[in-house]
Design a protein around this ligand. Structure first.
Ligand code: TLP
Length: 340
């Protein structure tokens, strides 16, 4: 199978498995797991933040950030297709008791003027704006990179209104690889950041959230409340360290493969590439073929290619390190044969 459903499907490398096996461990709830501590220190350093926390998933990281920043009854501003809004089971409302204020963006970026005017003024009727969330790269916008200047603008607006900014940087290293801008420069325009070790970086599980020491102190408590306080977690943190040491540079290869896939598919009659491919996601519109997205995905599956339906006519392909250049070529050939 050529699995292009998501970069979450990547399997741990041999080096990761070995690191797990050899990891020095302790009870992380007591703060005594040396491997987890090392991962958190390294992640904080890479992001230029005071402290970091190892969490079980991107969703947990985002939710801990919302819970830590906000009070029940707050409102958070986020893009209308943000993962936190679309794909996290309304956890912000169910757990944090906050309501979303969504703004439709352009390639994942909300108009800064709209963000500023969405921030609530003091009024007895209004919820307080507790947080602004950004997503970089933006999943639904096809792995679009939010430019650094844009992030700076949003951060300045947020600061002038005393509202914190959280970055869902599940694929922040992809944004960095696409722009050659270190992750810490993006992180500088945020109060807190979440990034996933388990996507393009290839670790089997886990995410990091980072921010000030005080924020991470509170976040640790929320992680415990949510049942995310793990014990000898070094065995899963060790692959995360390998991910940070060995897997960030190679993301450019996934981006090359995504561009190659888009270029190969765009010449096929009936197929339109919906996004400007900047990173590892290709959104393919099949409206001009006799198929809707679900049936297209099913047809590809029969041919040994896994993809994801991302709307009635849209299919998402995500490149990652378990997919080779030859497999990309083969994918193009098969789609050409099926609909060309
Ligand atoms: N995204 C998954 C699915 O949930 C859609 C994927 O296959 O892309 N933020 C962003 C921007 C994400 O894309 C994801 C996962 C998460 C957060 C959540 O991460 P996990 O799956 O670790 O909870």
């Amino acid at each position: 199978m050529i699995d292009l459903r998501s970069d979450t499907v990547t399997k741990p490398t041999d080096a990761m498995r070995k690191a797990s096996y050899e990891a020095e461990v302790g009870d992380d709830v007591y703060g005594e797991d040396p491997t987890v501590n090392k991962l958190e220190e390294k992640a904080a350093e890479i992001l230029g933040k005071e402290a970091a926390l190892f969490v079980t998933s991107g969703t947990q990281g985002n939710q801990i950030a919302v819970l830590t920043h906000c009070q029940p009854g707050n409102e958070i501003i986020l893009e209308a297709n943000a993962h936190i809004f679309l794909y996290e089971g309304a956890a912000i409302s169910a757990f944090a008791g906050v309501q979303p204020r969504t703004i439709v963006g352009e390639r994942g970026a909300m108009d800064p003027e709209k963000v500023e005017s969405a921030i609530r003024t003091e009024d007895v009727h209004f919820p307080e704006t507790g947080l602004i969330c950004l997503e970089n790269t933006h999943n639904k916008a096809g792995g679009a990179v939010l430019p650094l200047e844009y992030m700076k603008k949003i951060y300045q607006i947020a600061q002038s209104h005393n509202v914190p900014v959280h970055l869902d940087g599940a694929r922040l290293f992809n944004a960095s690889a696409a722009t050659n801008i270190p992750v810490r420069e993006f992180a500088a325009y945020t109060d807190t950041v979440q990034f996933c070790l388990s996507k393009g970086l290839g670790a089997p599980v886990g995410s990091i959230i980072a921010g000030s020491k005080e924020f991470i102190h509170q976040a640790r408590k929320w992680r415990k409340r949510l049942g995310g306080g793990l014990r000898q977690a070094g065995v899963i943190a060790a692959p995360g360290l390998v991910a940070l040491e060995e897997m960030t540079e190679r993301l450019a290869k996934d981006h090359e493969h995504a561009k190659m896939l888009a270029e190969g598919l765009e010449n096929i009659d009936g197929i339109i590439i919906e996004n400007k491919v900047e990173t590892n996601i290709v959104l393919v519109n099949v409206e001009g073929t006799p198929y809707h997205s679900e049936s297209f995905v099913e047809m590809l599956k029969q041919e040994g290619i896994l993809s994801g339906s991302f709307g009635p006519h849209t299919i998402r392909f995500v490149t990652h390190f378990d997919v080779s250049r030859e497999e990309i070529k083969k994918t193009i050939e098969i789609i050409q044969k099926l609909v060309g």
